[in-house]
Design a protein around this ligand. Structure first.
Ligand code: MF3
Ligand code: CO
Length: 251
C-alpha cells in the first residue's frame, strides 16, 4: 500500500522537509578543504535538534551518524568521521529530519575548492537528471516514467545510474512504498496519485553502474573506483505541478 497524505499530513511533511533542506544547505556550505566529515555531521545533528526535530538516519538500522557523507568514489552511506576533505573532492551529503510524525529526506553533491571539470559535469548532470525525472512526477503518470526520464538523461550524457539502490516513498516512515528506481522502461509500476510523497534520488556514476559495499557494512563505492554523485529531494504529487518539499527558506 502506498500511503496517500492528507492535507494535514502534507503540512507536517512541509515542516519536516524545510528543516531537512536547511540542514542540507548548512552542510553544503561547510564543504571546503580542511573540514572533517565529523564536523559537518555534528553541525547537521545540532541544527536538526535545535529545530525540535530528530535526525532520521541516526540509529536507523544502527547507522551511527546524522548525515551520510560520501566522498569521490563513495556513492552513498559514507559514515562521518575524522577524514579531512581535500581540494578537488566531491562530497555527497544526505540528510533526514523527523518531526510531527513525518520525515524529510534530501541530498546533494558539493565541490571542495577547485574540482576537475568532468567532476563538475557529473554533479550538474546528476542534479539535472532529478529535474528531468520530476517532469513525470504528476498524477496519471507511473513511477517508471520518472525512472526512465532520469536514466535517459544520464546515459545521454555519458554517465550511468546505480541500479542496486533506489528512491522511495517517504512520510511517517523514512522508507515507504513505492520504490522509485532511476532506471527502467516507461509505463510500469504504480500510477501516481495526488498526496503521494516520494524521495526521488538519482545516484550517478562516471563509469560502471556497479557498486560494492565496504567492510563497514555501510559505505557504498563504485566498483571501478570512478566518481559518483547524488541528488535527492522529497517531492509531493499534486493535481498539477509537482512540489519539491525539501526547499530551504534560509537558515
Ligand atoms: N537517505 C537515505 C535514503 O534515501 C537513507 C540513509 S540510510 C541511513 O535511503 F541509514 F543512513 F539512514
Ligand atoms: Co532517500
Amino acid at each position: 500500500m502506498i500511503p496517500v497524505k492528507s492535507n494535514r499530513d502534507i503540512d507536517l511533511m512541509r515542516r519536516a522537509c524545510k528543516i531537512t533542506a536547511a540542514a542540507r544547505e548548512l552542510a553544503g556550505g561547510m564543504v571546503r578543504p580542511g573540514v572533517t566529515t565529523h564536523e559537518i555531521d555534528k553541525a547537521v545533528h545540532d541544527y536538526i535538534v535545535s529545530q525540535g526535530a530528530v535526525p532520521s538516519f541516526l540509529n536507523y538500522n544502527g547507522y551511527p551518524g546524522s548525515a551520510c557523507i560520501s566522498i569521490n568514489e563513495q556513492v552513498i552511506h559514507g559514515i562521518p568521521g575524522n577524514r579531512v576533505i581535500k581540494e578537488g573532492d566531491i562530497v555527497s551529503i544526505d540528510v533526514g529530519a523527523y518531526i510531527g510524525g513525518f520525515h524529510g529526506d534530501c541530498a546533494a553533491t558539493y565541490a571542495a575548492g577547485a574540482i576537475d571539470p568532468e567532476a563538475q559535469r557529473l554533479i550538474d548532470v546528476t542534479r539535472q537528471s532529478f529535474f528531468e525525472g520530476i517532469k513525470f512526477a504528476r498524477q496519471g503518470y507511473r513511477v517508471s516514467d520518472i525512472s526512465h526520464a532520469v536514466q535517459a538523461y544520464v546515459e545521454n550524457n555519458g554517465f550511468s545510474v546505480v541500479r542496486s539502490f533506489v528512491g522511495h516513498g517517504v512520510g511517517e516512515k523514512l522508507h515507504e512504498e513505492p520504490e522509485v528506481p532511476n532506471f527502467g522502461s516507461p509505463g510500469r509500476g504504480p500510477r501516481l496519485v495526488k498526496g503521494m510523497t516520494l524521495a526521488i534520488e538519482p545516484m550517478v556514476n562516471q563509469g560502471t553502474y556497479e557498486v560494492k559495499v565496504l567492510k563497514d557494512h555501510w559505505t557504498v563505492i563504485t566498483a571501478d573506483g570512478k566518481l559518483s554523485a547524488h541528488y535527492e529531494n522529497t517531492v509531493l504529487i499534486t493535481d498539477g505541478e509537482p512540489e519539491i518539499l525539501t526547499v530551504c527558506e534560509g537558515l
